[in-house]
Design a protein around this ligand. Structure first.
Ligand code: URA
Length: 240
């Protein structure tokens, strides 16, 4: 598969198309050892070696990022007013035009996958696939065995929709309870609405797992990293 050298370098974070054009003009870019100056030059990154000032440019088409989403930012690619998860990325990662796979509410934290691999995103988001998503939640109120049974049966939300069975695990019960919830759908505000249906309120929500992908505990809130090759493979192979 070939592409224009200016597009390849722009994708890899060497600047805007205009900046890349200047770079090419200055004679520091080579394909297989030969200086190229024409931005329209076609290159096949899987077969040819591209260097900038002698340093090899490693080309990849797709990017896969795991973010520990902080509260206060929205899971969208752009917004006129609000800060988005894309705003938190380094320029070199943003150059790949990744988008969030699914949404977390503005005040929800935790695991968010960002990629430009539309096919994988589609697989993970398809309602037919029932990809399980696990959340840690703090609930204002005492969570009981009855609640576990209700979640297992499915809960009727405020709009009359009956959810699929969900798994509820009580980690700590009290006036404030710590729980883990696993759902296989992604209705708007689903976890919060499921608890509201039982007369309880979610005061803190953090996603910790999506399919086989587990939030890296070493990622501070607001930090992100690339997925390992193993994690990408695991996601691609995943069949719930
Ligand atoms: N359920 C919610 O209520 N909010 C989220 O962000 C994710 C799941």
């Amino acid at each position: 598969m070939g592409l224009r050298i200016d597009k390849m370098l722009a994708n890899m974070g060497y600047g805007t198309r205009k900046e890349v054009k200047k770079l090419l003009k200055s004679g520091v870019v080579k394909i297989d050892g030969v200086i190229v100056k024409d931005p329209k030059t076609q290159v096949n990154p899987s077969e040819q070696v591209v260097t900038v000032r002698g340093e090899e440019v490693e080309y990849k088409e797709f990017i896969y990022l795991m973010m520990n989403k902080p509260p206060g930012v929205i899971s969208a690619t752009e917004d006129i007013v609000e800060e988005t998860v894309i705003d938190l990325l380094e320029e070199e990662d943003r150059a790949f035009a990744p988008f969030p796979v699914g949404r977390l509410d503005k005040d929800t934290e935790g695991l968010l996958l960002l990629t430009n691999d539309g096919q994988l995103a589609h697989q993970l988001l398809s309602p037919k696939k029932h990809v399980p998503k696990t959340y840690f939640a703090v609930i204002d109120g005492e969570v009981t065995e009855e609640d576990i049974a209700s979640f297992r049966r499915g809960v009727v939300l405020d709009d009359g929709y009956e959810t699929k069975p969900a798994e509820l695990v009580i980690l700590k019960s009290g006036l404030r309870s710590d729980v883990e919830v696993t759902i296989t759908e992604g209705k708007f505000h689903q976890v919060k609405r499921m608890f509201r249906a039982l007369g309880k309120r979610v005061v803190y929500l953090k996603r910790i797992q999506m399919g086989p992908l587990v939030l890296d505990p070493s990622l501070e809130v607001g930090e992100y990293r690339e997925l390992t090759d193993e994690e990408v493979e695991m996601l691609k192979q995943f069949r719930p």
